[in-house]
Design a protein around this ligand. Structure first.
Ligand code: HEC
Length: 143
């Protein structure tokens, strides 16, 4: 038995050290900008102008999103410090300058710690969340 164990131990150490080296050298893919496809960005919200959408979205946001994105969407939820890539700040100009279609696509698709909500939430609920995210803008649009 001893004869088998030694080569196995050596193999194990080799695999573990290889993993450690390769994960140090490879950039985590999340550090690259997250860009929605143009075909998704041009999609208009079916709930545009619907005044009940944002309040409905708020209820969903509190239930599903606040844990990471925080109460005001600033990316400072209780789970945020544990994440390698910080949750997006939904009040930021960067997020607010994205189209409704782009935000909807990201909520639908997900990336890394940001899960896909395609099967958890209905299309309507995901658009309601987009409507609510608009109310979180730090710099409000003057209409
Ligand atoms: C487990 C933590 C977590 C939860 C829960 C979560 N998110 Fe995220 N979210 C993230 C992280 C991390 C990112 C950044 C992902 C990246 O850039 O790779 C992100 C990014 C986003 C973005 C993209 C912002 C941008 O412009 O790039 C949107 C939109 C978003 N989240 C919406 C939501 C909504 C809506 C919910 C609730 C239904 C939610 N998130 C729940 C962690 C979370």
């Amino acid at each position: 038995m001893k004869k088998v164990k030694l080569p196995l131990t050596v193999l194990f150490i080799l695999i573990v050290s290889f993993e450690a080296i390769s994960s140090k050298n490879s950039k985590p893919f999340q550090t690259t900008p997250w860009i929605s496809p143009a075909s998704a960005c041009i999609i208009k919200s079916p709930l545009a102008g619907n005044t009940t959408a944002a309040p409905a979205g708020k209820l969903l946001y509190v239930k599903y999103c606040v844990v990471c994105h925080g109460n005001a969407g600033k990316g400072d939820g209780v789970a945020a410090p544990a994440l390698a890539i910080p949750p997006a700040d939904h009040s930021s100009v960067k997020v607010q300058s994205e189209t409704d279609g782009s935000l909807y696509w990201k909520i639908t698709t997900g990336r890394g710690a940001m899960a896909s909500y395609k099967s958890t939430l209905t299309d309507q609920q995901r658009w309601q969340l987009v409507s609510y995210i608009r109310t979180l803008a730090a710099v409000k649009k003057i209409k």
